[in-house]
Design a protein around this ligand. Sequence first.
Ligand code: FAD
Length: 265
Amino acid sequence: MQVLYVFAHPEPRSLNGALKDHAIDHLRRAGHAVDVSDLYAMDWKARLDAADSTGPAAGRFDPAQASKLAYENGWQSADIAAEQDKLRRADAVIFQFPLWWFSMPAIMKGWFERVYAYGFAYGVGEHSDQRWGDRYGEGNLAGKRAMLIVTTGGWESHYSARGINGPIDDVLFPIQHGMLHYPGFDVLPPFLLYRAGRMDEARFAAERAALDQRLDTLFTATPIPFRRQNGGDYDIPALTLRDAIAPGAHGFAAHVADPAADVAT
Ligand code: FAD
């Protein structure tokens, strides 16, 4: 299968760098073809701006409109178009990064902002009072799998249900639901390496083995059952959960399907 590996860490000799090298080697040994987008090594341009289009300059820069025109007319800068080609040919995409300020490093955020063009990752499908586009489970990246590999300085307990940092599923929700499920990916549970500062050879070997197991099930593991926008759980155009769906539930967790919590109608 074809895998795209998107990686953000400035130091190749870091723990993340070692995990990335190991993971890519493991995937290739398993017979997968792997495209690698090592964002710092590529000197990836993180800033979305008017230079992202080679088309005629408009007066006032409108990021979404400029993205739409560039995507439709073949005016996108070559680095953006190349990453979209990698996404198109991928069966699965892995995003690996250290958790920095409760999110991904800015260089990777800039990858999403620029590569996820209007018409490619959003603004896809019919938009009307009956249908709010092809998104959250549908879209141009539907049928592909995505998985995060994230290292944290914080302990697992800090990210537990009552931990001070907030549950890790909540911390990662904007990425896994908002940036991966949105354009259609099936999102696998993340591979998490907590308390990365406390590492020695024995633990590193155990973490590598745990990661190998996740890589070996990249194409068979059950994705997180995020609810699909157009699957009947939401009222459109309000886009709120229908009353019969998980009544009383709110917040991020309500958007993960739990048939036992839904009322039969
Ligand atoms: P490194 O520092 O490279 O290594 C970590 C440990 O692994 C070291 O002990 C190192 O000796 C060892 N190691 C490295 N390579 C190997 C190897 N090949 N074999 C065996 N051992 C090895 N954490 C949070 O939890 N939440 C946050 O919001 C957060 N925000 C941050 C913001 C910033 C700007 C920064 C810099 C850090 C933040 N952190 C946060 C901590 C961050 O998540 C960790 O520092 C990061 O995950 C560690 O990954 P690394 O690859 O940089 O590790």
